[in-house]
Ligand binder design. Structure first.
Ligand SMILES: Nc1ncnc2c1ncn2[C@@H]1O[C@H](COP(=O)(O)OP(=O)(O)OP(=O)(O)O)[C@@H](O)[C@H]1O
Ligand SMILES: CC(=O)C(=O)O
Ligand SMILES: [K+]
Ligand SMILES: [Mg+2]
Length: 577
């Protein structure tokens, strides 16, 4: 990195409605303006000696696997970052920090505090709880353990609650963790409520209309085809089926039935996206202060809008993001509207692959990732990324290729399901996601393989347009100048997400004033979220940040940084003094 001691300060102010264009080959000196409407001030000064006005003592420089002592006090002179990020920055430098975020579904294999901590140490950014399984008391314990971990160790692990939704699924297997269906066996799927133990080879179905809706000759798919049956006989509430594709039946697995090669959507299509049980779970999530609610089987944008206004009315001071799970034919049909209405989306390939032919899933994934990036919504690729690791300690080559593809598409986050919830090797699975992400990100950066995605304007106001232009330009400048990091000072997180959307080559240090925004930013590509008190005085903020980060060894003199903020709409380029 060529050392530069130039502090370039560009601030844009406008009294009348200005039109501002940054030239396409943006360099810090190649800004153009419309002089009649915009005042553009470029201040260049030596930045060798900004007054290190705020200096606190080094705050426990820990190594990766021993969480550093963390000062949870949110006083104005501290900065909150977790020990893992801190050690990663110190030991490997900015360039090699991971950009792709990792989500772990928490289940019996990972719910104890020490297991959760191992996941946080291993790079978990978001913990997902699936309301299909477990009791609310169980989920509350998990949420509280994660919160304690954040408070005591300085992590910013966010919590995502995933609704059950009202699609058809099996009941629990009378306490068994799984059951094996063998080729040719006859199983009974029944809507009856069994008081005592389930008879042998009997499966409960949650949907009352099941026996009426299926027909002899239909094909019944468990979990999108993990196990298949042919419907051979209907006897009142019981449906007899012959297993044609053997496999493992898991509790509450999803059921779909197919007739003449297409998915049957009879009355179950009328089931509400958010069931009454889901609403109670959502109330629970609001009370417990979850960061994200992922809505299963979204069909239209309306349900998302409804939920968002419900949350707004109910949770005045906690802002919960709503993630639309794309896992049905209807959600594909209404994709853009749904994504637009949501705060993010999940490619829920498990159920999606049960509703559309499997060979269509990869192209749909690509499309969903692209639409989300264009609309600036974080996107998660989920399900079966490392399925074999539920049982085995190493992934298949094909699984590694699948993870690589999601990283190459530059989705915001990858998610573990059964691998972390009930698998035998949750930590190893997380390590595989982490190391494959790092390796593929580096490869694509070095080879400059990444195709530039066209990013349409998305601003809904003029002020937003300025933010967007600033972020697009800052990201481009960062790549052209080869800067070490982009700093963004953002209260709501919006500027940070606009920068993330550009997927720049360097990491983005996102400074925000509240812990809840910090947690939510942890879902987005390339953002390293810090909590920091800051003012409207950017010079002061920068000096303070440099001092705090330098004192902890996370940056050093000479590092080249671009800084933007949503208080003062500006781009600054400088070397760390
Ligand atoms: N809280 C939990 N308690 C017990 N088992 C769980 C829990 N969460 C997940 N599991 C187990 O892990 C498996 C995979 O989890 P996952 O969240 O992918 O659920 P799923 O049932 O496949 O549904 P979904 O379509 O909502 O993802 C589940 O089938 C279940 O066996
Ligand atoms: C995650 C999820 O719900 C699915 O893949 O179906
Ligand atoms: K779910
Ligand atoms: Mg699903």
């Amino acid at each position: 990195m060529a050392a530069q001691s130039l502090n370039l300060f560009i601030s844009i102010s406008h009294s009348t409605k200005p039109s501002l264009h940054f030239s396409s080959a943006v360099s810090p000196f190649a800004l153009t303006k419309n002089p009649s409407k915009t005042s553009l001030c470029i201040k260049a000064s030596a930045a060798s000696d900004p007054n290190p006005s705020v200096l606190t003592s080094a705050n426990g420089a820990g190594s990766v696997f021993a969480a550093a002592p963390f000062h949870a006090v949110s006083d104005s002179s501290s900065i909150e970052v977790d020990a893992v990020t801190e050690a990663e920055l110190k030991e490997n430098g900015f360039r090699s920090t991971r950009r792709t975020k990792l989500i772990c579904t928490i289940g019996p294999a990972t719910c104890r505090p020490e297991q959760l901590e191992a996941l946080a140490v291993g790079g978990m950014n978001v913990a997902r709880i699936n309301m299909c399984h477990g009791t609310r008391e169980w989920h509350r314990e998990v949420i509280q353990s994660v919160r304690r971990l954040n408070e005591e160790k300085g992590y910013a692990v966010a919590i995502m609650m995933d609704t059950e939704g009202s699609e058809i699924h099996m009941g629990d297997l009378g306490g068994a963790s799984s059951a094996k269906a063998e080729d040719g066996e006859i199983w009974t799927f029944s809507v009856r409520a069994f008081d005592s133990a389930l008879p042998e080879r009997t499966i409960n179905v949650n949907y009352g209309g099941f026996a009426e809706d299926v027909e002899v000759g239909d094909e019944l798919l468990v979990d999108g085809g993990m196990v298949r049956f042919d419907v051979i006989e209907k006897i009142g509430p019981d449906v007899k089926c012959r297993c044609t594709d053997p496999g493992l039946l898991l509790p509450r697995a999803n059921l779909t039935f197919w007739r003449d090669g297409s998915l049957v959507r009879e009355r179950n299509a009328m089931l509400p996206t958010i069931s009454s049980k889901d609403w109670l779970d959502i109330d629970f999530g609001i009370t417990e202060g979850v960061d994200f609610i992922a809505v299963s089987f979204v069909k239209s944008a309306e349900v998302i809008k409804h939920l968002k206004s419900y949350i707004k009315a109910r949770a005045r001071d906690s802002d919960i993001s709503v993630i639309a799970k794309i896992e049905s034919i209807d959600s594909l049909k209404n994709l853009e509207e749904i994504v637009q209405a949501s705060d993010g989306a999940m490619v829920a390939r498990g159920d999606l692959g049960a509703q559309i032919p499997l060979e269509q899933v990869p192209s749909e994934q690509q499309k969903i990732v692209q639409v989300c990036r264009q609309l600036n919504k974080p996107v998660i690729v989920a399900s079966q990324l490392l399925e074999s690791m539920i049982e085995y300690p190493t992934p298949t080559r094909a699984e590694v290729a699948d993870v690589s593809e999601a990283v190459r598409q530059r989705s915001d986050a990858l998610m573990l399901s059964g691998e972390s919830a009930m698998g035998q090797f949750p930590d190893k699975a997380l390590t595989v996601l982490r190391s494959v992400s790092l390796r593929i990100e580096k490869w694509w950066r070095e080879e400059k393989h990444h195709e530039a995605m066209e990013l349409p304007g998305i601003a809904s106001s003029f002020a937003d347009s300025i933010s967007e232009e600033i972020c697009n330009s800052a990201a481009k400048m960062a790549n052209n100048l080869g800067v070490d990091a982009i700093f963004v000072y953002t209260k709501t997180g919006h500027m940070a997400s606009l920068l993330s959307r550009c997927r720049p080559d360097c990491p983005i240090f996102a400074f925000t004033t509240t812990t809840s925004v910090r947690r939510r930013l942890n879902l987005q590509w390339g953002l390293i979220p810090f909590r920091l008190s800051f003012s409207d005085d950017m010079e002061n903020n920068l000096n303070k940040t440099f001092s705090l980060l330098k004192a902890r060894g996370m940056i050093k003199s000479g590092d080249l940084v671009i800084s933007v903020s949503d208080m003062l709409q500006s781009i600054q380029v400088m070397n760390v003094p």
